[in-house]
Design a protein around this ligand. Structure first.
Ligand code: F6R
Length: 591
């Protein structure tokens, strides 16, 4: 959450470059944004509330600058709380991503001699640096001293007008350096995500936790604990710019849903030796925990069903934020499998810390290469879905399910069969995502978008998918949606069903088909408008969305596709910017 950037060069004006780069980080937070540039030893600050992509700003001068797009944690959304924040003298500007858990005690001390202008935790950083500079430290020393005082996961970039330096500190939140050399002009970027400068350079250097970097022509990295300089390699990354752009689509969300035509085929293409190697670890483990947050947690929940059906194996699902309660069960032979699109989710990282402490082994299923989760894990499966920019996860979700299935089939010694089934489903999803299918779902959205409530029911593997459906609908349409196990409905929730309440039944052609149809009949007799997402039509359905006739496990993928499209159209009919739902951010790097 929050996107931060620093930009160094000697020739070009920085503002326009920062402005364009910041737009690419908007998915990380879009409550407000700000810039600081340096010209003639003076800092120029620009701050606005709202989205940078919708803003018009007058450029400030200077070749060095920093910028920030905010997801508010401490303090309301207003200009006062917008980054960059400065010290009393207005010489040190700071942009920050993270939460300073001990900011109150730090602020209490600082307030004796420093004037605070905002309600943010961030503002302690420039004042602390100011203090240490006054005590005779140089900027690098002052930043190391300040950074190591902060509790929690934090990354910040500092621009100092006196020394004309940009220095960044990382401990727990991502920062990546990008380097460009062109016609005698050197440019250096430091940002929360490669996306910020992918159109400028693919040459990157990774900053690790507890390191700082002095951003200059040849960036200098230092270990904050020892003060020793670290040599880093320049890595050329493979991502292409187009994969991170909207192209002809009106929204990233729709683009990413449609990309599942390709992403499913791509993710199946895993190294079978690696799958078998990890499967062996799973088979020999004492306790297997799938952990993740939000939609990724729903995939973890689905893993319980997938492993049960495919490999006759019990695995546990725990939301990462609850994982601490399970720490007593962790031994070195335990396997923890973390699922995360971003690889930066704070609750997942904290859960992995706990697992590491107990000596347990960690496997990750992640979309973002070189993200924090991948550096902690003992083994990583990359889902290769390409950048997912819409806040609502779609293509990453189905790709994560594919990896879980491959692992389950590998555990069962049936990897070839699993591969065949998944190649088949990838083809079926490709067929589903056609304009007629989209239109059919759009027509349904038009019928129900004014409703206050939507319920989704499923049994077996379609129970966690019903929960995931509710997340998708809620986050982009703000219609209250709830998913239930079909059998649970009559133990309370059925009281909510009244005339024309939409109830979506996720049906698979499995043993549970008759039971979920019975549940649909129960709600229909109370007036519900029943929507069947099913391979076959049924008289109980008021509206039928056909899905390919696939096995129970694979129904988790094909049933999600219409739900993703429905959520998209519900959101757009209700006039929302579905890519940037209110109060949400793509990468949840705070607890
Ligand atoms: C919902 C959604 C979120 C994420 C969750 C975890 O559509 O995208 O619920 O799934 O914040 O994020 P990652 O997968 O990056 O760990």
């Amino acid at each position: 959450m929050c996107g931060i950037i620093g930009y160094w060069n000697t020739k070009k004006e920085s503002f326009k470059i920062l402005f364009e780069s910041l737009k690419k980080l908007e998915y990380r937070g879009y409550d407000s944004f700000g810039f600081a540039t340096l010209f003639n030893n003076q800092l120029f600050l620009t701050k606005q509330t709202g989205k940078v992509s919708e803003a018009k700003c007058e450029a400030s001068p200077g070749t060095l600058g920093i910028a920030h797009t905010r997801w508010a944690t401490h303090g309301k959304v207003n200009e006062k709380n917008t980054h960059p924040h400065t010290d009393c003298a207005g010489k040190i500007a700071v942009v920050h991503n993270g939460i300073i858990e001990n900011f109150q005690e730090l602020k209490l001390q600082l307030e004796k001699n420093h004037l605070f202008l905002s309600e943010t935790d961030t503002e302690v950083i420039p004042h602390l640096i100011e203090n240490y500079l006054k005590k005779g430290m140089n900027l690098k020393q002052a930043i190391i001293k300040t950074g190591t005082l902060l509790k929690g996961r934090n990354a910040f970039v500092v621009l100092n007008s006196d020394t004309k330096e940009i220095i960044a500190f990382r401990n727990g939140s991502p920062l990546i350096v990008g380097i460009k050399k062109d016609n005698g002009c050197s440019e250096v970027f430091i940002a929360s995500d490669i996306q910020a400068f992918l159109d400028k350079t693919k040459n990157v250097m990774y900053l690790d936790d507890n390191e700082i970097v002095i951003v200059k022509e040849i960036p200098e990295f230092y270990d904050v604990k020892t003060g020793v300089q670290i040599q880093k390699r320049i890595i050329k990354i493979e991502l292409d710019v187009e994969s991170a752009e909207k192209g002809d689509y009106s929204h990233y969300m729709l683009k990413e849903i449609m990309e599942q035509k390709k992403t499913l085929t791509r993710v199946i293409n895993q190294d079978s030796k690696e799958l078998m190697h990890v499967a062996q670890k799973i088979n020999n483990a004492k306790g297997i925990f799938f952990i993740g947050c939000g939609t990724a947690a729903r995939v973890c929940h689905t893993a319980e069903y997938i492993f049960s059906i495919v490999a006759n194996k019990h695995v546990n699902f725990v939301p990462a934020s609850e994982f601490e309660n399970y720490k007593h069960f962790l031994v070195p032979e335990t396997l923890v499998i973390a699922i995360s699109q971003s690889g930066e989710t704070a609750d997942v990282l904290d859960a992995l810390k706990i697992a590491k402490k107990r000596g347990s082994k960690i496997i990750s299923i992640v979309n973002t290469p070189n993200s924090s989760v991948t550096t902690i894990a003992d083994f990583n499966f990359l889902i290769n879905a390409g950048p997912e920019k819409a806040v609502a996860s779609t293509k990453a979700t189905t790709a994560q399910i594919v990896i879980v299935m491959l692992l389950a089939y590998a555990c069962a010694g049936k990897l070839i069969e699993g591969n065949r089934i998944l190649v088949d489903v990838a083809g079926k999803v490709n067929d589903m995502l056609n304009p007629r299918y989209n239109q059919h779902i759009k027509n349904l959205a038009k019928k129900i978008y004014q409703n206050q409530n939507i319920f989704i029911i499923g049994r077996g593997i379609n129970y966690p998918m019903a929960l995931e459906s509710a997340i998708k609908i809620i986050e982009v349409s703000y219609i209250h949606a709830q998913g239930f196990a079909g059998g649970e409905l009559k133990h309370g929730p059925i009281a909510m069903i009244e005339k024309n309440t939409p109830v979506i039944a996720l049906v698979a052609n499995d043993e549970l088909k008759n039971e979920i149809i019975s549940n649909a009949i129960e709600v229909k007799s109370r007036g519900a408008y029943v929507i069947g997402i099913a391979p076959e039509n049924n008289e109980v359905f008021d509206y039928w969305i056909k899905t390919p006739d696939v096995s129970e496990v694979v129904s988790s993928i094909v049933n999600l596709i219409p739900i993703q499209l429905l959520s998209y159209y519900l959101g757009t009919f209700r006039g929302h910017n579905v890519d940037y739902p209110r109060s949400l951010a793509k990468s949840v790097t705070v607890k």
